[in-house]
Design a binder for this molecule. Structure first.
Ligand SMILES: C[C@H](O)[C@H](O)[C@@H](O)C(=O)CO
Ligand SMILES: [Mn+2]
Length: 417
């Protein structure tokens, strides 16, 4: 008997069909963020990363060109099991022959290489307007700026991104999630907390007035508690973003990033709360350490709980758009990509292998002692053997893949100046 056959029998005793779990896991798309590959630099500016987020570390070999980034992404994806989408930020526009247009003038053609790349690999694309690392971020503000010229520039950027998202969806045949996040806020106590929020609301309204097919483009608003340099006040707070999405349910989704809340809050508990009211939601899965530090996602307790809620909630898998969002510049970036993606895949597989129906029944019949005992039992089930089988069926190694990364580092990354 193989290890998988033995594991299958152990799970079956709890009513879990591991073959079905493996088959389901292969169907769930997880969006891989292009920005882990170059520390959120992009191709449309030379300046540093600014606007409330920060990468730390200086590991050699970062991608410097579109060709290098796409090659690195390909290498990373070749070692990941499961279904992927690709998440692109607007600052990753690829210009041909010295052409340059500013963010308010971007067109689908500036992302044609991304579209070709995704289509060749049978993947969908997600998109993000880039409201940071740009001179039009004035006094730390974009869509909420009191300066009309600044606001209009960023509204035009947002509208351009809606058109590009629609193009992505039409080209790939897969809906495109378009996430609006700005770092707008203040370092110290504001005198006017409402004015920026009213302007932010009106600016998002203006962006979403751009015509688009709501079946193809899924605009989201991402909240945040605070960012570097804007410690006192964030315009797009949790209450603001959730209220905006709730009032515009027909064309906007709430996006929760699990690094964007107070450290004792958990997104796993917020998922069923939001799915009670919203037809669809979106997630950025990350790993915060003390703050929104964007460490590489691991197979840790909260990651497992997030996956369990996606799987347990009514049609949660079909109603949740999952994307990863982390950027570690202190380690091999391709290894970071793979470790985070695999960790979330593992969490999804683990969630699909839980005896969820039985546990729910125990809860609903108030058999809490037995529920606790079974939940504890589940923690030592042989998920590693199911993972091994999942990876085998997906054509990748379960473990041992780091040798490939070391080889790529020696042969390719180390040659980059
Ligand atoms: C680059 C992303 O848009 C960014 O990380 C955003 O989603 C975020 O989480 C900012 O803290
Ligand atoms: Mn995020």
């Amino acid at each position: 008997m193989t290890r998988y056959e033995s594991a299958k029998e152990i799970y079956a005793k709890l009513g879990v069909d591991t073959d079905a779990a493996i088959a389901k896991c292969k169907e769930i798309p997880v969006s891989l963020h292009c920005w882990q590959g170059d520390d959120v630099t992009g191709f449309d500016h030379d300046g540093p990363l600014t606007g409330g987020i920060q990468t730390t570390g200086n590991y050699p070999g970062k991608a410097r060109t579109p060709e290098e980034l796409l090659a690195d992404m390909d290498k990373a994806m070749s070692l990941m099991p499961g279904k992927k989408k690709i998440n692109v930020h607007a600052c990753y526009a690829i210009f041909e022959d010295g052409e340059f247009v500013d963010r308010d003038k971007l067109e689908p053609k500036h992302f044609q290489k991304w579209v070709d790349f995704a289509k060749e690999r049978g993947m969908g694309l997600d998109f993000n307007p880039t409201f940071f690392s740009h001179p039009m971020v004035k006094d730390g503000l974009t869509l909420s700026s009191p300066d009309e010229e600044v606001r209009n520039f960023w509204i035009e950027h947002g509208k351009a991104c809606i058109r590009i998202s629609q193009y992505f969806a039409e080209q790939t045949g897969v809906p495109c999630v378009m996430n609006i996040w700005t770092g707008d806020g203040f370092k110290d106590i504001p005198a006017d907390r409402m004015g920026p929020r009213v302007r932010y609301k009106e600016s998002i309204d203006a962006i979403l007035s751009e015509p688009f097919d709501t079946n193809l483009v899924k605009p989201c608003v991402e909240s945040k508690v605070f960012g570097i340099g804007v410690e006192a006040y964030t315009v797009g707070s949790a209450e603001f973003s959730l209220s905006y999405a709730a009032m515009n349910k027909d064309k906007c989704l709430p996006l929760m990033d699990n690094g964007h809340y107070h450290p004792t809050e958990v997104v796993s508990d917020k998922i069923p709360a939001l799915l009670t009211f919203f037809p669809e939601i979106a997630l950025h899965v990350t790993r915060p350490i003390r703050w929104d530090s964007d460490h590489v996602v691991l197979f840790d307790d909260e990651t497992k709980e997030i996956a369990k809620e996606i799987v347990r909630c009514e049609n949660g898998i079909d109603r949740t758009y999952i994307a990863l969002d982390y950027f570690d510049a202190s380690i091999n970036r391709i290894s970071a990509w793979i470790t985070g993606f695999r960790s979330f895949q593992k969490a999804l597989l683990d969630a699909l292998c839980q005896p969820s129906e039985m546990l729910k029944e125990l809860q609903d019949t108030n058999q809490m002692s037995k529920k606790m005992v079974v939940m504890e039992q589940c923690k030592t089930l042989p998920i590693g053997d199911v993972w091994e089988e999942y990876c085998r069926q997906c054509g990748v190694e379960a473990e041992g893949w780091f040798d490939e990364i070391q080889k790529y580092e020696d042969e390719v990354l180390s040659k980059r100046a």
